[in-house]
Design a protein around this ligand. Structure first.
Ligand SMILES: [Zn+2]
Length: 110
């Protein structure tokens, strides 16, 4: 497992955990299970039960989480909680967040 300064444990699974590094930020990462990884890489359909944690994690003031949450929430926005979260999400124009976000959205082809 790689060294990442801030790890966010997202889903409740405790098996097959791997670190998903945020591409534009090597300091922060998600600890995710194999199923989450497959979903994040678009190998599987998103299962909203795995990502309901984003609803809380996005308020943790960890930019990487917010940046990764945005495209995921966009993919989940037929769920009312995800649509609500998107409505409330806010990035400060002065931060790097928007730039990172654009890079990630490009990568994930959202
Ligand atoms: Zn998971």
């Amino acid at each position: 497992m790689q060294e990442v300064a801030t790890l966010v444990k997202c889903c409740k699974s405790t098996t097959n955990l791997t670190v998903y590094e945020v591409p534009t930020n090597k300091e922060e990462g998600f600890l995710i299970c194999a199923k989450c990884a497959a979903q994040l890489n678009k190998k599987e359909e998103l299962d909203s039960t795995h990502w309901a944690c984003l609803n809380e994690a996005m308020w943790g003031e960890i930019p990487a989480v917010q940046v990764v949450s945005w495209p995921l929430l966009n993919r989940l926005k037929d769920q009312s909680w995800a649509a609500d979260a998107l409505d409330m999400m806010y990035f400060d124009d002065d931060t790097m967040a928007w730039q990172n976000l654009r890079a990630i959205m490009k990568m994930m082809a959202v």
